[in-house]
Ligand binder design. Sequence first.
Ligand code: ADP
Ligand code: MG
Length: 237
Amino acid sequence: MVVDIRDVRRIYETGDIVFEALRGVSVQIMRGEMVALMGPSGSGKTTLMQIIGLLDRPSHGTYALGGRDVTTLTENERAEARNTDIGFVFQAFHLLPRLSLVENVEVPLTYAGVPPRERRERALHVLARVGLDSKARNLPSQISGGQKQRVAIARALAGSPRLLLADEPTGNLDTRTSEEVMAFFSELHREGTTVVLVTHEQDIGAYAERVVRVRDGVIESDTRQTPRVAAPLGVTG
Ligand code: ADP
Ligand code: MG
C-alpha cells in the first residue's frame, strides 16, 4: 500500500476561529492506482493532498506512506521523504522564471543531492519523455501553458517518485491541452506510476480508475470506474 490514511482530521485555527477542514478521513491507495480526488470548492481536497504529499500534517489520525508511519517524522525526515518518494504538479506550474527548462527540471534533483552531470542527464531524459528536449535551454516565458505543465510533470518525474500528486493540474489549461496532459498521466499510470489527482472537473476525473469524492471534510463516496481512454499523445501545444 502506498498511502494509508486513517481517521485524519485537520483543524485550522485562525485567531479564535477554529475550522475543521478534514473531519475524520480514511483512505488507502494501492501501488499503481490512478485516483481522482473530487468534490466542490472548499471541500478539503487540497488539504488532503497536502497531507498526502507531506506538505502538511494531520491534527489527528495516522498516515503511513509506503508502509512507514510518517506522522512522527522530523521536518528534515519529511523533506527527505518528499524528495525521494513524491512528485508534485500544481495548477500554477511553479516554474522558476530565470532558470531554463532543463534547470527547472533539475531543481528537485539538486535538493536530493544528485551530482551535476547525472542531474543534467536525468533532466534531459525526462524532458524528452514529455517531448520538450528540443526546448531544454528555453526559459519558461518562451513556451505555452501546456508545455509549462509538461515541464512541471518532467520535474515531478525526475526523481522517479513512487507517488505522483497533481492538484488541479489542468486548472489553467484549455480543453485540448488538458486532454494532452491527462493523456500523459494516463500513460504514466499504465507504466505503473501511482497517480493521485485533485480535480473538480468531471471530464478530468473521468481519466482515473477510481474516484474519491470529498464533501465538507469527509469522504462521501469511493467508487471504481472504467477510465476514459486518452487520445494518442501528440507533442504539440
Ligand atoms: P478545496 O481544495 O477542496 O477547494 P481546501 O482544502 O483548500 O479545499 O480548503 C478546505 C477548507 O479549509 C476551506 O473552507 C478553506 O477555507 C479552509 N482552509 C484551507 N486552508 C486554510 C488555512 N490555511 N487556514 C484556515 N482555513 C483554511
Ligand atoms: Mg484546492
